[in-house]
Design a protein around this ligand. Sequence first.
Ligand SMILES: CC(C)(COP(=O)(O)OP(=O)(O)OC[C@H]1O[C@@H](n2cnc3c(N)ncnc32)[C@H](O)[C@@H]1OP(=O)(O)O)[C@@H](O)C(=O)NCCC(=O)NCCS
Length: 147
Amino acid sequence: MHWTDIDAVVGLERELFPDDAWSPASLWAELAARPRRTYVVDEDDEGAVAGYAGVDLGGEVADVMTMAVASRAQGGGLGRRLLEELVARAAADHAAYLMLEVRADNLPARKLYESRGFELLTVRRRYYQPGNVDAHVMRLTLQGATA
Ligand SMILES: CC(C)(COP(=O)(O)OP(=O)(O)OC[C@H]1O[C@@H](n2cnc3c(N)ncnc32)[C@H](O)[C@@H]1OP(=O)(O)O)[C@@H](O)C(=O)NCCC(=O)NCCS
């Protein structure tokens, strides 16, 4: 992801996360936090951003910061490819675990993560506000893990 993608990503944030969309300022800050933070975008045939994802690296535990696919592009395997890219970057950084938080009511995302081997670690009750929605904290064990 480059700074020239920020407008398109903010548009998708507002479409896909209406309650807590990231602002342009927060995306600028995320891009400035390279190489610890690393973000990717996927463009469709017209060069428009179809999906994006980011991961926080730098230690034993890597964290998925965000992941999203435009509504028009969902269901075609792009989410799985973006997740695989984050897993590869975490593994290349020698992380032992890749963690994420997902809304309990987000069944498509939970299915994606479970099918990739993420396990439910804990539930944070009423974590997402407004709405009192639980967060599922999930963890994927990478090859570098010792236990
Ligand atoms: C979650 C999301 C990233 C998945 O991206 P996608 O490109 O639609 O997903 P894919 O086509 O790669 O599907 C991968 C897997 O996800 C799961 N999945 C995707 N859509 C699903 C749906 N509507 N219902 C149930 N499972 C679904 C399936 O396990 C699927 O594997 P399969 O095709 O072998 O059954 C996408 O729906 C999205 O951006 N949603 C809105 C934003 C969001 O919730 N981001 C995640 C925040 S934690």
